[in-house]
Structures are given as C-alpha cells and as structure tokens.
Design a protein around this ligand. Structure first.
Ligand SMILES: C[S@@+](CC[C@H](N)C(=O)[O-])C[C@H]1O[C@@H](n2cnc3c(N)ncnc32)[C@H](O)[C@@H]1O
Length: 308
C-alpha cells in the first residue's frame, strides 16, 4: 500500500489525491532534479521524495515557511512550542485573537504566523487581497489547536523537515518563467498552475497569456514535463486542451475538490495530466488501451494524515 504524506501547509487545488497517479506516470528515477514551478503545499514533490529538487512559487509566504524548514532555521520543536502558546491564546481570547495574529502577520510576515493562520482560518484556504494582505476570515473553532491537532501538524512538519535535511532542496519565490528558463535533460518538471478563473487572488491570477507562455516554455523543455490541468467539469471543457496542448500525451481522471464551503465548489472535475513523454509502463501498449491501463496501474493508497 502506498502512503501519502500530507504536508503542513494547505492550499486550494492541493493534489494529495492525485499523488499516486502522478507518481505512476513519472516513474521517478532520482537521476536529475525534480522541479516544481508552482509548488503550493508541496504535497506532490514531497511524496516523490527526490534527492535534488527545486521548489518554486510566486507566493513568498509558502516559500519562506518551507525555506526555513529546509535550512533548519525553523525546527519541528519550535513549531510545537509556538502552536501550543498560540493555541492557548486563541482558546482564551477567541476569534479576536485570530484577527490579532492576522494583523501581526500582515505587518511582520512571520512564517510561524502563516502556519497558525493557514491551520485556523476558514476552510484552510490561502487568499491575499489586492494589497497583498492575508484576508481569510476565522474558521470558527477557538479550540482549534487541541493537543491532537498540534501533534498532527508537528508530525507533518517533521516529515518535510527530515526529508529536507537529507536532501538537496532549494526553495525560491519566483515566477514560473524564471524557473523554466534552465531545465536540463535529466530533470523532471511538474507544473500545477492555477486554473484560469478559479481562486483568483494577489498571488494567483492566471490569464490566457500565462497559459500560452507556459506552453511555449514547456515545448522547449529539455527534460520531461507533466502538467496538471482540468479537462472538463459538468458545465464546460478547458479550451486550452484543444488550442494549446494538442501535441502532447494526455491522461484524464475524476478528482473531487474539497476546498470551499459551497456545494458548487465540490463538484467533480475531470483532471488531466499532459506530458511530453509516454510513461514507461505504457510504451509497448497500443494507444487506445493506454488510459485504461494507467488506471489499472494505480495502487491502493493510505493517507498518513487526514486529507482535508
Ligand atoms: C494549484 S496551486 C499548486 C498546488 C500544488 N500542486 C499542491 O498540490 O499543493 C498553484 C500555485 O501556483 C502559484 N502561482 C500562481 N501564479 C504563479 C506564477 N506566475 N509563477 C509561479 N507560481 C505561481 C500559486 O501561489 C499556487 O501556490
């Protein structure tokens, strides 16, 4: 059974449930670098567990948190102490304390406050207003940081921390164009950009020109790449599938998103993975059978910590 480690940071579009599928397509051999221009929560790369990796994102707060764990500047012990003390204050002062932390974060941008907000805000989303200020409301639970919940978060932190200490990982806050400017033949690039029109905020705009720039850069990619995108939902299809990505290989399957309170946000989306290579297991398979075979290859999985 495959174990999926859930990372300490939550974000919209988190791909926890797609990790086994991505891993089966990649067949990672640890020869080159694992590169993620849109790392988000990090769930994909952290579960691939590469020795060399470049993890990037345009959101400086995600990068600052993971970079601090990577350098050892922030340890699981410090995270625990902070969550215990902030949890007590939240339980004592209630909702008002959440807003105090939010205000403090929007002035000092401390990685530990980012974690506190991310794990106590409404629905665990990351959203910044047009001034770049975190603006997600309180998640309603003043007893949020129970002993069990703190242990769960600290365990999640510890997995990333230990892996980072044993590996050669780099975290950079930069635009995907910069990340994709220097890809080597042994590298594998996993791209998971925002889906146009969904979850737009200060760090998450996505336009047709972004998608087209991404396509141009991935066409020139010297290594292998995988792109996560959506194929269709019950209302419409992704127009870029037939206009931009036609020359690559594509695999699809259903994914159920759990972020967002509204029922409409919980509708299934047919996810697509677009690649510039044929997965090794399918190389000798007639093309019309490839998709079904890939589904059969997916292993039973177990989530190390609850998937929210
Ligand atoms: C769908 S999320 C990635 C989710 C991630 N794969 C996971 O499973 O957690 C997209 C990420 O792209 C980042 N992003 C948005 N625009 C970007 C850009 N122009 N360059 C780099 N990163 C960007 C966002 O901050 C966000 O973290």
């Amino acid at each position: 059974m495959t174990r999926i480690h859930i990372p300490p940071i939550k974000c919209q579009g988190i791909k926890s449930k797609l990790v086994p599928w991505i891993r089966d397509i990649v067949q990672w051999n640890d020869r080159g670098r694992w590169i993620e221009p849109f790392v988000g929560s990090g769930v994909v790369g952290f579960n691939i567990a590469p020795h060399h990796a470049l993890f990037c994102d345009s959101n400086p707060h995600i990068i600052a948190f993971y970079a601090a764990l990577n350098t050892g500047e922030l340890t699981p012990g410090q995270v625990k102490t902070y969550l215990v003390s902030e949890g007590k204050k939240l339980a004592h002062y209630g909702k008002a304390y959440y807003y105090e932390v939010r205000e403090r974060f929007n002035t000092t941008y401390q990685p530990l406050d980012f974690l506190v907000l991310n794990r106590s805000c409404f629905n665990g989303v990351i959203r910044f207003n047009s001034q770049g200020k975190f603006n997600v409301p309180f998640g309603h639970k003043v007893e949020r940081f129970s002993k069990a919940y703190i242990t769960k978060i600290v365990n999640q932190v510890e997995v990333v921390y230990k892996q980072a200490q044993l590996s050669q990982w780099t975290f950079l806050c930069q635009d995907f164009r910069q990340t994709l400017a220097d890809i080597h033949p042994d590298d594998v690039v996993y791209c998971d950009p925002p889906y146009a029109g969904r979850h737009v905020d200060y760090y998450n705009g996505w336009t047709e020109s972004d998608e087209s720039a991404l396509c141009t850069l991935l066409k020139q990619c010297a290594g292998k790449f995988l792109l996560s995108t959506w194929h269709h939902n019950q209302y419409r299809g992704n127009p870029y599938i037939t206009t931009l990505w036609t020359e690559f290989h594509m695999f699809t399957r259903e994914h159920f998103y759990h972020v967002g309170a509204k029922e409409t946000n919980r509708n299934p989306v047919i996810e697509a993975i677009i690649t510039n290579f044929i997965p090794r297991q399918l190389q000798a398979t007639p093309s019309e059978m490839k998709y079904e075979q890939l589904l059969l290859l997916e292993r039973e999985m177990e989530y190390a910590v609850n998937v929210r």
